[in-house]
Design a protein around this ligand. Structure first.
Ligand SMILES: NC(=O)c1ccc[n+]([C@@H]2O[C@H](COP(=O)([O-])OP(=O)(O)OC[C@H]3O[C@@H](n4cnc5c(N)ncnc54)[C@H](O)[C@@H]3O)[C@@H](O)[C@H]2O)c1
Length: 471
């Protein structure tokens, strides 16, 4: 298989060209003939023009690559080595939603030939590949697993917004259904992963390894979040405590914060689901999820409490939230926990403005029904080209359905709109554009005696006079 890929006698297909699939496909396309298959036509058009829809990759990454972007099953048929990298989200009940995975598997099954390989990269619970995907591959292709086609699993470790840890310089776990195919899969991945591969003894081991990488982070962050709730009652700052404890050699530096996105806040639910099937109800993992999922509401309530302590009637209070992406310096808004802060504040009838230099305003509107505002004047260096004219999200008639006021977008050429004075500014996502803010910058955005809520505690040494609260 490896030699045929190198000689380009056969093709490698990547199914799902998102954060994970696209860089992988482009890297393989330096060496092999690649089919990039996705169902989103709009994204495929962008990719053909060397534009990464997620904004992670520059045009250079598309140069001199042997790759065909397609949504046609007939094109997928010309491949013999398939890599599946489609989303594995959770549904509204926090249960694994395997629809994209099973639908991608169905597409592959329809074009599978004898001797082909199918490698899964999507994050799943241990057992999912062989229990859920293999039966579809067998049924629709009429071929027999292991005898006629091989399956492997190789979890992805990319970290969006992180230029340091890339596909090439991070050891990659590989696994397969038998020893001979593991050798083949390892050799193929070694072509693009300079750091090398780790051969897991079993597909389920590789699936579990990915899940626990993120579950460990989730539980540790939850511990810090819980401690921050306790330290808040004690009247001491969590970050000061962590700094002091961090002077011990074996203290691990986790910090409190919002856990959103498509990995850390999602993957533990996959483990909980599988454990429940095995009649074990995990307490640690589930309580980590409970604590982290409650933090948005907690931060909003703490803000409201402090506004009330300032004698501020809630229906007159105006709060600015800075940042809505799931973490700093990325444009990804999936599972943003900032949306929970907005919803909770609206339920108290507080007026909320949200700004973000990286998020796509249309995506935010579509996903959360939140209209992004232009950057405040003291942040005028932050890009605001797509932002509509200033508008606050009015408290909705029902607390849980925010109804943003919608007014027509301002011409992009005008200077930033004058900033309304806020009763509180919540620095929710510390994008690099916000890190240089000074106390006078924040003061300009606030009414006298206004409050700075600094979720990640980054400004705690900078703020000397303003009212300040962090986790
Ligand atoms: N983004 C990360 O940082 C990251 C890191 C490690 C692992 N993962 C895991 O990798 C997987 C992919 O995540 P992602 O962030 O790349 O997702 P994504 O949403 O960025 O991209 C997935 C792509 O798959 C396409 N797709 C959906 N259904 C399809 C189908 N049936 N056929 C073909 N294409 C289809 C979508 O159009 C999209 O372009 C998930 O399981 C995720 O948990 C993600």
């Amino acid at each position: 298989m490896y030699n045929q890929l190198v000689s380009k006698d056969i093709k490698l297909a990547v199914v799902g060209l998102g954060y994970v699939g696209l860089p992988l496909a482009l890297e393989f396309a330096r060496h092999f003939s690649v089919i990039g298959y996705d169902i989103k036509e709009k994204n495929l058009t962008m990719l053909r023009n060397a534009v990464d829809p997620s904004g992670e990759l520059k045009a250079d990454s598309f140069k001199n690559r042997d790759i065909l972007y397609t949504s046609k099953l007939s094109d997928l048929e010309s491949a013999n080595f398939f890599i599946v990298a489609v989303p594995t989200p959770i549904d509204k009940y926090n249960k694994p939603d395997l629809h994209p995975l099973l639908s991608a598997t169905t597409a592959v099954a329809k074009v599978l030939h004898k001797g082909d390989y199918v490698i899964y990269e999507s994050t799943v619970y241990p057992g999912c590949t062989t229990e859920e995907c293999v039966p579809i591959l067998e049924k629709l292709s009429g071929l027999k697993y292991i005898e006629d086609f091989k399956v492997g699993y190789s979890p992805e470790r990319i970290n969006p917004g992180d230029a340091e840890h890339s596909l090439q310089n991070t050891v990659k776990i590989v696994s397969a259904c038998d020893d001979a195919s593991l050798d083949e899969v390892a050799r193929i991945y070694e072509t693009v992963v300079a750091a090398g591969v780790h051969r897991a003894p079993d597909i389920r081991v590789a699936e579990a390894a990915k899940i626990i990488e993120n579950t460990q982070r989730d539980v540790n962050i939850a511990l810090m979040n819980e401690l921050s709730i306790i330290f808040n009652r004690l009247g001491i700052n969590t970050y000061d405590v962590i700094k002091a404890a961090g002077t011990k050699w074996n203290f691990v530096q986790y910090t409190p914060g919002l856990v959103g996105g498509h990995c850390i806040g999602v993957d533990p639910y996959y483990m909980v689901h599988k454990a429940a099937e095995l009649k074990y109800h995990p307490q640690m993992i589930a309580s980590g999820r409970f604590v982290n999922d409650s933090m948005g509401g907690y931060i909003a309530k703490q803000t409201v409490k402090r506004l009330l302590a300032n004698d501020m009637p809630m229906e007159k209070a105006r709060v600015l939230i800075m940042g809505i992406t799931y973490k700093e310096n990325v444009s990804d808004i999936r599972n943003s926990k900032v949306a929970d802060i907005v919803a909770e504040l609206l339920s108290y009838r507080v007026l909320v403005d949200v700004v973000d230099p990286n998020a796509d305003p249309l995506a935010v509107q579509e996903e959360y029904n939140i209209t992004l505002s232009p950057a405040p004047t003291s942040l005028s260096s932050a890009p605001t080209p797509l932002s509509p004219a200033p508008t606050s999200i009015s408290p909705a008639p029902t607390p849980l359905s925010p109804a943003p006021t919608s007014i027509s977008p301002a011409p992009t050429s005008i200077s930033p709109a004058p900033t309304p004075k806020y009763h509180a500014v919540i620095i929710a996502v510390p994008h690099r554009e916000y890190l240089t803010l000074t106390e006078p910058d924040l003061e300009k955005m606030l009414v006298p005696n206004g409050l700075v809520v600094d979720i990640r505690g980054l400004f705690r040494t900078k703020i000397k006079h303003l009212q300040y609260w962090s986790l």
